[in-house]
Ligand binder design. Sequence first.
Ligand SMILES: Cc1ncc(COP(=O)(O)O)c(C=O)c1O
Length: 426
Amino acid sequence: MQPITELHHFTPRVQNLKPSATLRINEHSQALEEQGREIIRFGFGQSPFPVPQSVVKSLQEGAVKKAYLPVKGLPELRRAFAKYIQRKTGMEVDPEDMLIGPGSKELIFHLQMAHESVLLLPSPSWVSYEPQAALLGKPVHWIETRAENQWRLQAAELEKACLKHTDINKLLILNYPNNPTGTTYSAADLVALAEVAKRHNLLILADEIYGDMHHEGRHLSIAQYYPEGTIISTGLSKWCGAGGWRLGTFAFPPRWRKMLDIMAVIASESFTSVSSPIQYAAVTAFEGNDDISEYVKTSRRILKTAARYVHRKLEEAGIPTAEPEGGFYLFPDFTPWRNQLNGQAPQLATSADFCRFLLEKTGVALLPGSDFGRPKDELTARLSYVDFDGERALEAARHLEVNDAFLEKYCPKVCRGTELICTFVS
Ligand SMILES: Cc1ncc(COP(=O)(O)O)c(C=O)c1O
């Protein structure tokens, strides 16, 4: 039978959807691997670490829990998550203001669906916010950020964007530590942004999925400075290494309870509730214990050392890169090398061209900055320094100093990939 391809079979909003450059890079990497090439996967954003033992044990014990759970989430989990938010932010929060979903991505999509607003997005931003808005027919206003500010959204730029949309509600998605840049905000930055948010009555979705992966363990939430208008989004995917378990969490301000209720209606008509065993295991994760604290601290030590190593090497090779503060990513800018690279390959007009060329020449996969909202002709790219065996590295780091020698032994692809990039440009 012929595949169905005629456009009239598809709704107008999906007719123009194209596979992202990310997907194309992944397919290209796979094709090269099938030809026997070694690929260094700096394009992947998954935690390299295994789920902490005590959380795995809870999941095993919870396998017998087979009933549907309440749409807003298991009450015990909502309580554990509220206490987690209290521990992290010092804020008093009510378990009734907590919502559990099948990954924070789904919850963000439902929030965008429920909130009548223009979406304000700093450029660069994580790949999915804008396509979600496009699927919903939601207007998007990109706000420029600059490398010299470590790609941080500036209060004055936020103010300007708000003044352009005085007649409509505004939803700002602020993600920190940031994917793709690896940078984050200081208390002073957050206070300045909160002041603008208050003045313009913004709803802020603080995507803090990498909060616990702040390399110094000093993550701050904008909810501490703008509690009345900030929803905190997090989950198990990054700090707990459980992306495939699909559990995300939102903490709402009390005055936005109606939004939570509406999102629960959307949930009841779509995913119903998150898988029961996963929710029981998540109680252990959010309650925390010595095993989990040690796991998080050791993960951070490895990530921080890897981030600083790669950053130092890139800077030494003349590739400007903002200093990493958290998460798994760096955002090097290869634009200064454009002319030199064009001598080798005249077609390097865009970041997607650059990533394709780098992959073919060196086997190192990066993701183009254009997928994160950057101008196509700027040669920025996201580099994810987590292509290593996290279980082995974590075990070794428990009794070893994590330094360059450690990285060479336990994260060899991170070192090799970095070297390949540096020699490629120079
Ligand atoms: C910035 C950011 N937000 C949200 C997500 C979605 O996480 P999940 O749906 O697994 O909770 C990701 C995952 O890569 C991310 O990088």
